[in-house]
Design a protein. Structure first.
Length: 457
């Protein structure tokens, strides 16, 4: 009997899974393996929200495999050591895994390849598993990556994506493959109360339901803060519970302006992956330096704390920050507004905001989180790096009747209509009874500080 190991990482699904498909074609028995790596814990990346979502994903993957006659083998320890031990115990000759793009993923792959080579076991790394198009598959003349989104999208849109692979019908796991139970969902006060359920089953159900009901209206409604019309698929894409190839293909099959706008967002995700693949250092450094002298934790401590806690005095900013804490997720328009407010109105280092997002976001990762923060801060790929989003105007435009603000900022629940976006304009008597803070900074003063810092005054 021939045996292969499939190491699951950020690809926690059975549908459209190239490493699993290849392993099943190459071997009589396959070990579906997930390793709980202490190196991930050491980075601080396994925060409660993502740990809970991961636990759901692993439980769902195990249940799905058991329905096919198999099971998920879970081990704890350094990845190379655990994979090597499983391969040796089962007599595996190949290990299959998805390619990653971060420095962490590359180091993991290098260690794994080195140790497996010593045992005569082949490591096969598969592209096109966590993105629709492999980073580097298209490049501009004279560069190893696209630095501007629009020309990337033109090239990306012309590429034919591979056909999605079906889920396997059966998985035979060798008896010698030993592991532990999948981890339980953590509990505690740091866990967001309305965290979505994780797993491929939940992700596929959500996508099917949303595609039928809301995809056609996505172009018109995706910025509607109160309408909540976005797909909310980002956590499932981050953990690989959904295949981006399959999602793009199915959206295109639906067709229409809504589908085109949605696919554009998936292209944006791939765009950032190809940037980071070519420039891994931009997870912590400016992609394009503007010679900023950002305010940091010491000289902006009170402003940063108010921003984190959702008490800046600007209702749409505070609503977004409170949604983040409560759901482990934030509407995309709100992400832009709160990030612009921190980096440009308060002139605080984007890395401080990125770290806070990674503390709570279920979909938080070094690619999309860091590079979207840089885009807003003007140090990334934005072609208008000095634009500043006015939170009052943004609120009135994307939450015109104030429903989003009233949901997340209950202190303002009795203020009707768009007046909720400017509570400081209410009569003194009513304003005094709101128990809501005054604006942290005057928007004009914040803009002037930013413009001066960027040499644009």
């Amino acid at each position: 009997m021939t045996v292969a190991v499939v190491l699951f990482t950020s690809d926690l699904r059975l549908h459209d899974h190239p490493p699993l498909h290849a392993a099943l074609n190459a071997a009589d028995e396959v070990v579906p393996l997930f390793v709980r790596d202490p190196a991930v814990h050491a980075t601080g990346f396994d925060v409660p929200n993502r740990a809970a979502f991961l636990a759901d994903c692993l439980a769902d993957l195990d249940a799905s495999l058991r329905g096919l006659g198999g099971r998920l083998v879970v081990r704890s320890g350094p990845v190379a050591r655990e994979v090597r031990a499983v391969a040796a115990a089962c007599g595996a000759t190949e290990v299959h895994m998805a390619a990653g793009i971060t420095g962490f993923a590359h180091r993991r792959e290098e260690r794994l390849r080195k140790e497996l080579d010593a045992d005569g076991v082949r490591l096969r790394v598969h592209d096109g598993v966590i993105t629709a198009l492999t980073p580097g598959a298209v490049t501009p003349a004279g560069s190893d990556h696209f630095a501007v989104f629009t020309p990337y999208m033109r090239r990306w849109s012309k590429e034919r994506l591979r056909d999605p692979l079906p889920a396997p019908r059966a998985v035979r796991v060798p008896e010698a493959a030993r592991g532990e139970d999948p981890p339980a969902r953590p509990a505690g006060t740091d866990l967001s109360p309305e965290l979505p359920p994780g797993g491929e089953s939940a992700g596929r159900e959500r996508f099917a339901r949303w595609a039928d009901a809301d995809l056609s209206r996505y172009e018109d409604r995706h910025d509607d803060l109160a309408g909540d019309a976005t797909s909310r698929l980002s956590p499932y894409l981050h953990f690989g519970a959904l295949s981006p190839v399959e999602v793009v293909r199915r959206a295109r099959e639906k067709g229409g302006a809504g589908a085109e706008a949605f696919v554009r967002q998936l292209c944006w995700r791939d765009f950032h992956h190809q940037v980071l693949a070519a420039r891994p250092e931009v997870s912590v450094r400016d992609y394009r330096s503007r010679d900023d002298r950002w305010r940091g934790e010491e000289d902006a401590a009170e402003d940063i704390a108010a921003w984190r806690e959702g008490r800046t005095g600007y209702p749409v900013v505070d609503a977004g920050m409170r949604q983040l804490r409560h759901e482990g997720w934030m509407h995309n328009r709100a992400r832009l507004v709160v990030a612009s407010f921190l980096t440009k109105t308060l002139y605080v280092d984007w890395r401080i905001g990125a770290r806070h997002f990674l503390r709570f976001l279920v979909d938080g990762d070094l690619v999309n989180n860091q590079l979207n923060w840089q885009w807003v801060a003007g140090t990334g790929t934005d072609t208008r790096p000095h634009r500043v989003l006015n939170p009052v105007l943004q609120g009135k435009r994307y939450d015109p009747d104030g429903s989003y603000v009233r949901r997340w900022v209950p202190e303002l629940a009795d203020i009707g209509g768009s007046a909720v976006h400017e509570p400081w304009r209410l009569p003194d008597g009513r304003r005094a009874g709101l128990r809501y803070p005054e604006p942290l900074v005057d928007l004009g003063e914040g803009l002037a500080r930013f413009r001066q810092a960027r040499g644009r005054d």
